[in-house]
Structures are given as structure tokens and as C-alpha cells.
Write a protein that binds this ligand. Structure first.
Ligand SMILES: N[C@@H](CCC(=O)N[C@@H](CS)C(=O)NCC(=O)O)C(=O)O
Length: 391
């Protein structure tokens, strides 16, 4: 079964001379199309996707699964290939807080549009904090989403980064954000606006005839000088593999686990409300609506998600397996982190996804029933140590 996603097959090396990128992309497209028609998705996909989108908008979590309901392995027929959007100035939005690191000498000027407990946003924050970067945060109202109305992307995270020309380039997709900023940090001579062009948004039609989107090269770092990455090719490949695993596998285990029962779903939404400060940002009736309606809806939807991802009723066993698999990978290396003595992008991706459920019973159960704890808290310590001051 041809199951790889376009972004994950992008190229064969991380060091891609600029002139070769377009060629590689053509090759990738050919490879992608050469995979032929993949098995059709069940017809319930569309209905589930629509419901998921609506509830996701309402409750503010917008779990990742829905993006995959709209596309994925069965997609074919490239339609468009669009570079990143560039804004002349920042949109008129309310910055809710800033993370300011006096040691940040990157020269970057970043604004993150996010939902606090979205696993993709957690991934991006883990990366930005671990990298010691300063950034501003716009907490997007998950119901009205007026703060991302200026954008063609309806999902968070979105990161706006100031380019050398003084304009702001829009980075969408958590993995693309991490790859493009990480590429920049390895070679600060590059312009973030130019780098972003190596991660075009592509759209194509899936078997159901629906237009779907993905980001090309999203797990690949782009830089000119080999010396800025002294890791072996295998190490780089491993990092990409596990970053993709976090997006394509781990993230799908979150909803079925944190909304497993009505009580757990309520508890989860109460936690979302606490960490997202919904009590401060929304009137009480709206907060309560989000918590009660959201919890009930997600409890129902998580059952369908469970079936879609072919999970057994014992959903905990799947997340325990995932934690075990990840930890055994690190144990094989006999290092503290997947990246060795320092977390790499795979550590930060897995940490970010798990971090999105840290306040939930599911996470407590993972701590009790797997060996994820020491690694998780070791990454957390590094992330918090490098993070700037939250103002
Ligand atoms: N592939 C995207 C997925 C982002 C995503 O699905 N975000 C959710 C929040 S967790 C969202 O905005 N959903 C709203 C929607 O689908 O309309 C990424 O990695 O950033």
C-alpha cells in the first residue's frame, strides 16, 4: 500500500543546494504520482471530516485527525504549488503574551498564532522555547477565529516571521515551521523569507474528488553548508522518521485517550480551560459552553477516531505501546535523548505531542504504566531552561 505522504518523501538529503530543490520537487512529484492509486477511503470520511471541523472550531482543540480525514495516502493529481504568503505588515491583532529571551541573538521577529493545548502548537512552542527564541503569542479564539481571518490558512499554528525586507512571511504547518526556523538557526545568513519558499503548499485532489493540502519537504532542513550539520545521514534520516511518526501516528492516539469516557472528556476540557485561561478570555457562559459541549462532542467523536485509526477498545494499550516504542528506541542508543546528550527535533516533536495532554488522566496513566516519565521530564527541563521570560 502506498502510504507515504508527499511531504515525507521530499528528498534524499538534508543538504540541498538551492538550484537542486526545484528538480528534487519534480522528482518527488513523479515519485508520488508513480505510486499509483491507493485504496479508497470509506465513504463516511466526508461526514466525519465536516463534523470534526465544526466541533474542532467550536471547542478550540481542532484535533489533528481531521486534517488527515481530508487527505492522506489516497491523494493524487497535483493542482497547485504555492509559495508562502507574505504580508507587508503585521495584521491588527492582540498580542496576548510575549516570551522574551535576552540571550536570543537570532535576529528573528516571530508571532505565533495558536491554541494553547493543540498538539501541533505544543510542538512548535517546545521547539521555539528549546531554541531560546523570543516570540509573541496570539491566542486564537477557537470559536470565531477572527485573529486568523487575515490568513488563507484556517488552522493553527501559524508563525509570522519578519524577513530581511521587513515584511512578514507566513509559515504554516507545525513541522514546516520547525524545519524552516531550524534551517535558519543553523545558517543565519539565510533569509527566512527565502527559506520558506522551499516548503511550498501543494494542493491536489483525493480519490473522493476533494482538494487537499500538504506542505512539501516539511521534515527537511535546508542549508547550503554541510558543516552546519555534522550528524551522519542516518542520524538525520532517523530524526525525520520519528518526527513523521509523531505527526502520523502518535498524535492520533491523543483524542481517543483523553476523551475515552465522558468523565475523562470533562476533566480534559476543564484542564484546557485552565491552561488556555478560558475563564479570563471568554464570558462564563461561553467558557461553560465550550467545556460542556466540547467535552460531550469530543467524547462522541473520539469513538469514531478510534475506529478510523483501528484502535481496540483498550485505547490506553496503544498509547502505552507508542511510549514503549519511543523509549526503547532511545534505550537502544544508550543516550538520554534521541538526539544524544541534547534533544533533537524528534525529541521535541514527541515531547510536544505528549505535552498537549500533560494535565489529563491519560498522561498520568502513561507515567504509571510506561517508562516515558524520565525522558519526558528531561526534555521538559531543557525546554524550560532555555525558554525566555514569559511576559
Ligand atoms: N498539519 C497541521 C495540522 C494543524 C491542525 O490540525 N491544527 C488544528 C488545531 S490542533 C486546527 O487548527 N484545526 C482547525 C481546523 O481544522 O479547522 C500542523 O502540523 O500544523
Amino acid at each position: 500500500m502506498a502510504t507515504f505522504r508527499l511531504g515525507a518523501i521530499a528528498s534524499i538529503a538534508t543538504r540541498i543546494p538551492h538550484q537542486n530543490v526545484a528538480k528534487l520537487q519534480r522528482i518527488n512529484l513523479v515519485r508520488r504520482m508513480a505510486t499509483g492509486a491507493a485504496p479508497k477511503k470509506p465513504t463516511s470520511t466526508l461526514g466525519l471530516a465536516v463534523k470534526g471541523m465544526a466541533i474542532g472550531a467550536l471547542v478550540g482543540t481542532g484535533w489533528s485527525g481531521y486534517s488527515y480525514f481530508k487527505g492522506g495516502p489516497t491523494d493524487h493529481m497535483l493542482h497547485e504549488h504555492v509559495g508562502p504568503k507574505v504580508l507587508d505588515k503585521l495584521p491588527d491583532v492582540k498580542i496576548m503574551r510575549k516570551v522574551v529571551n535576552p540571550n536570543d541573538d537570532s535576529g528573528l521577529d516571530l508571532v505565533l498564532f495558536q491554541f494553547q493545548t493543540c498538539p501541533f502548537c505544543c510542538k512548535v512552542r517546545a521547539f521555539l522555547d528549546h531554541s531560546g527564541l523570543s516570540y509573541s503569542v496570539v491566542e486564537v479564539d477557537a470559536v470565531l477565529r477572527q485573529d486568523i481571518r487575515w490568513s488563507d490558512s484556517k488552522k493553527v499554528p501559524i508563525l509570522l516571521a519578519k524577513t530581511k525586507s521587513g515584511k512578514y512571511v507566513q509559515l504554516t504547518d507545525s513541522s514546516m515551521i520547525v524545519s524552516s526556523i531550524s534551517s535558519f538557526l543553523r545558517d543565519k545568513k539565510q533569509d527566512i523569507g527565502e527559506l520558506a519558499k522551499y516548503y511550498p503548499s501543494i494542493s491536489y485532489e483525493n480519490d473522493a474528488g476533494r482538494k487537499v493540502f500538504d506542505i512539501m519537504n516539511k521534515y527537511f532542513l535546508m542549508y547550503q553548508e554541510k558543516k552546519v550539520d555534522n550528524r551522519t545521514k542516518e542520524e538525520q534520516e532517523e530524526e525525520r522518521k520519528w518526527r513523521a511518526w509523531a505527526d502520523d501516528h502518535l498524535v492520533h492516539l491523543i483524542s481517543p485517550n483523553v476523551y475515552r469516557t465522558k468523565d475523562e472528556a470533562m476533566e480534559t476540557f476543564e484542564w484546557f480551560s485552565d491552561v488556555g485561561e478560558w475563564g479570563i478570555h471568554f464570558p462564563k457562559w461561553e467558557r461553560d459552553l465550550m467545556v460542556y459541549v466540547g467535552a460531550f462532542a469530543m467524547w462522541g467523536i473520539s469513538k469514531r477516531l478510534k475506529r478510523r485509526h483501528q484502535l481496540s477498545d483498550d485505547v490506553r494499550s496503544h498509547i502505552y505501546d507508542a511510549c514503549d516504542r519511543w523509549i526503547s528506541e532511545i534505550e537502544k542508543k544508550k543516550t538520554t535523548f534521541h538526539g544524544g546528550s541534547q534533544p533533537n527535533l524528534a525529541d521535541l516533536a514527541v515531547f510536544g505531542v505528549l505535552n498537549s495532554m500533560e494535565g489529563c488522566q491519560a498522561f498520568k496513566d502513561c507515567l504509571e504504566n510506561t517508562k516515558i516519565g524520565p525522558w519526558f521530564y528531561a526534555v521538559k527541563e531543557r525546554v524550560l531552561k532555555n525558554r525566555g521570560n514569559v511576559l
